[in-house]
Design a protein around this ligand. Structure first.
Ligand SMILES: Nc1nc2c(ncn2[C@@H]2O[C@H](COP(=O)(O)OP(=O)(O)O)[C@@H](O)[C@H]2O)c(=O)[nH]1
Ligand SMILES: [Mg+2]
Length: 197
């Protein structure tokens, strides 16, 4: 499973989506710090909203495999500026939450997320569950096709907020370091004295 980091304003639906993706009971609680879970990094909406913290959050995306820009389907405007995804060094997908809301305007929010730079966009409802399976399937690693979010990883395991992926059942894929460039003997830099002449 790819680890997804969620960005979005307060009440965009990030925490509820986290619970839906992890098969947990949907229960409101206010996100008060960066929650580094086994398959999701949930963040306080204020961090995305405030310029003092949003840049740092974008850098923190290094910890994730994929970034999710979350916008509710009934937003009156978009918090994500055009071409915003160029700020993160990870693939960014769009997630439209609350498609079950009576005033949802999915098409409009879809275009905002496209404008921000998202190529893939997933309309979901964390309450009815619509679209959650499609998003979860996309996050599943193609390489090994294993390790769905542990349904029972909540509770005690969560309390540990572990950064140890192996313990939590998340398969860590370690990339091979790049091969060292072969330097021929004659290419080796000459002594400093050569350059001082
Ligand atoms: N109808 C509906 N309400 C949602 C959905 N997702 C979140 N909510 C509600 O929106 C409110 C804020 O959600 P929350 O996940 O805490 O937002 P966050 O601040 O982005 O983490 C809560 O009352 C949720 O129950 C959804 O898909 N549909
Ligand atoms: Mg939250």
């Amino acid at each position: 499973m790819k680890k997804i980091m969620l960005f979005g304003r307060v009440a965009a639906g990030k925490t509820t989506l986290t619970q839906a993706l992890r098969g947990e009971e949907i229960k409101y609680y206010k996100t008060q710090y960066v929650n580094y879970l086994d398959t999701v990094i949930d963040t306080p909406g204020e961090y995305t909203e405030r310029r003092e913290t949003s840049g740092a959050l974008a850098l923190y995306a290094y910890e994730a495999d994929i970034v999710g820009l979350v916008l509710s389907a009934n937003e009156p405007y978009s918090i994500f500026s055009p071409c915003l995804t160029s700020m993160v060094n990870r693939e960014a997908i769009g997630i439209i939450t609350g498609i079950d809301k009576p005033d949802a305007n999915v098409e409009r929010v879809y275009r905002w997320l496209q404008l921000a730079g998202c190529k893939k966009i997933f309309p979901v409802s964390s309450i009815t569950g619509e679209g959650i399976a499609e998003l979860a399937a996309y996050l599943k690693d193609d390489e090994d096709g294993v390790v769905p979010p542990a349904k029972n990883a909540a509770g005690d395991e969560d309390a540990k907020q572990n950064t140890d992926g192996e313990k939590s059942g998340r398969k860590i894929i370690r990339k091979k370091p790049p091969k060292k460039l072969a330097v021929k003997k004659e290419d080796k830099p000459k002594g400093l004295e050569t350059y001082l002449l």
